[in-house]
Ligand binder design. Sequence first.
Ligand SMILES: *Cc1c(COP(=O)(O)O)cnc(C)c1O
Length: 234
Amino acid sequence: MTETASPTPEIIATLRANLADVQAKIAQAAKDAERDAADVNLIAVSKVQPAERIQAALLAGHRVFGENRIQEAEGRWSQHREQYSDLTLHLIGPLQTNKARNAITLFDVIHTLDRPRLASTLARLFDEMGRQLPCYIEVNTGSEPQKAGVLPQDADAFIKACREEYQLPVIGLMCIPPADDVPAPHFAFLADIAKRNGLEKLSMGMSADYAQAVALGATDVRVGSAIFGERVYT
Ligand SMILES: *Cc1c(COP(=O)(O)O)cnc(C)c1O
């Protein structure tokens, strides 16, 4: 390994403790909701985090990670990929069509399918590359103008088009509630759209609200700062 990130024992211990704490809260929330905690996948969101913290999470045994920028993810994960054959990498940030090929090469799951042009590009590339990635459709549950995601009123038709017209392996829905809103109604709303479309997976819940998301049916929570510490943007 050429990467210089050698985490100290303290950092490894911190990551181990944070992961255990989040897992325990997921387990409690699942139990309270009479769900099986094994049905909830913890995606450790490593964007912007220093390499040593990511290395520490790997050493602590975690294997499921989320990134939101392709270039950043390529830089750090291509190498870990060689060392850890059991990694699962989730793309949780917006995907531009001209980056789709790189995304399909690096990632295992896409959470941000949100428009016909991207659906058509993915369909073509999945065929061409002989690699089908399970996809979540992102729903803009707060109908925020600046935010990615299909609008709620267009969700049913888009889900149908992705399945029938583009033949994509759509497995669930994803949302990022508006920052200033109480998240629970958005989670319930997303669960409702998924249910009426026969979709089983729900990617929802971040550091501040993953327990609530689990209570409302999340199968994938995307947790960054509660595991790695605050992100420092430089
Ligand atoms: C950054 C990010 C997260 C994790 O956020 P935290 O609040 O640090 O847990 C989850 N989902 C998406 C889409 C993100 O971009």
